[in-house]
Design a binder for this molecule. Structure first.
Ligand code: SF4
Length: 324
């Protein structure tokens, strides 16, 4: 099946202000948020993008939604290049591709009633006002807030975190999109309501046939939502494959550390946990060769001079490591 979203050699660098020494030396420092990411996301797929803070996963999500532009490389949605979209084609894309924000407390305008917040995308998309009430009610039913009357005139501060995240999801669904990017959708919520929101997101995705990307630092959280997982480290993809394979048989040392760091009941526990030391290096000056080498327990000479390519292995896996 053709991919709904295609990324080819996507690079995103954010220029940072230069010091006097850098000006003198003619250097133009930049944060290397992404360096050469290529991915295909099939229609109806659910993909997790995982990695520590600073790995580039949020930037990747924003690029897929055209909320920022790549420095180089191309991104296409349903065969159309995002970089060339404008006018009606761009408006159509904006209707079809939606973001679920990380923090429901910040995602909604505190001065808008709940009804106005959910109806706003319809207004922006030029949908006839006569249709708004029905469409908002339908979105509320989808997220199991059927009693619309109860919420119509309330304000965000009057709702619980779980209710708010359902409202945020309703707002993302009100235009019946095809593509959803959820950036850490439950990280700001109380632990007691997280499972309910994740189950709801899965139910909604399946019922609507949505293509979804879940961005998370927590592999344990997304493994129930996604058939496929992409692991990122310092702006690059280090492993990509079926989630069950990634959890049971992680191939990259970084993924093995991620798997070992969370309780994964049915994972193959025959491999010893591989705790890694240190933190993600400065993205303004990523290490030469393999970007993980400073923290990798298996690093050898070649790792400091040659960046490993993301190559296919068995069972639909792709891994970027000289040892695979
Ligand atoms: Fe470790 Fe080298 Fe593999 Fe990188 S390429 S993960 S440093 S063994």
């Amino acid at each position: 099946m053709a991919a709904l979203v295609e990324l080819r050699d996507v690079v995103k660098h954010f220029p940072v202000s230069r010091s006097l020494g850098e000006i003198v030396r003619g250097r133009h420092p930049a944060v290397h948020a992404l360096d050469g990411v290529s991915l295909d996301i099939g229609s109806g797929d659910a993909i997790a993008i995982v990695g520590e803070s600073g790995c580039g996963k949020t930037t990747l999500g924003r690029l897929m939604l055209k909320l920022t532009e790549p420095t180089t490389g191309t991104i296409a949605f349903d065969g159309a290049a995002l970089g060339e979209m404008k006018g009606e084609e761009l408006r159509g894309f904006r209707r079809e591709a939606q973001l679920v924000f990380q923090n429901p407390f910040d995602a909604l305008n505190p001065r808008f009633t709940i009804y106005r917040a959910v109806a706003e995308p319809l207004l922006n998309a030029g949908i006839d006002k006569a249709e708004h009430a029905d469409r908002v009610a339908s979105a509320f039913r989808r997220v199991h807030l059927p009693d619309l009357e109860r919420y119509l005139d309330r304000y965000p501060h009057q709702l619980s975190g779980g209710q708010l995240q359902r409202v945020v999801l309703a707002r993302a669904l009100v235009l019946t999109p095809r593509f959803l990017v959820a950036d850490e959708p439950v990280s700001m919520l109380d632990v007691s309501v997280r499972a309910g929101i994740l189950a709801l997101m899965r139910e909604v995705r399946e019922a609507m046939g949505l293509t979804a990307v879940y961005i998370s630092h927590d592999l344990a959280l997304v493994r129930y939502l996604c058939e496929r997982t992409v692991v990122m480290y310092l702006g690059t993809v280090v492993e990509d494959g079926p989630t069950s394979e990634i959890v049971r048989n992680p191939r990259h040392p970084y993924t093995r550390a991620l798997v070992a760091a969370v309780p994964v009941p049915d994972a193959d526990q025959s491999h010893a946990p591989l705790p890694i030391t240190g933190t993600v290096p400065d993205a303004r000056e990523p290490p030469s060769g393999c970007r993980f080498r400073d923290r990798c327990p298996h690093a050898f000479e070649r790792c400091s001079t040659e960046a490993p390519m993301l190559l296919s292995t068995a069972n639909g896996h792709r891994v970027a490591c000289h040892l695979k």
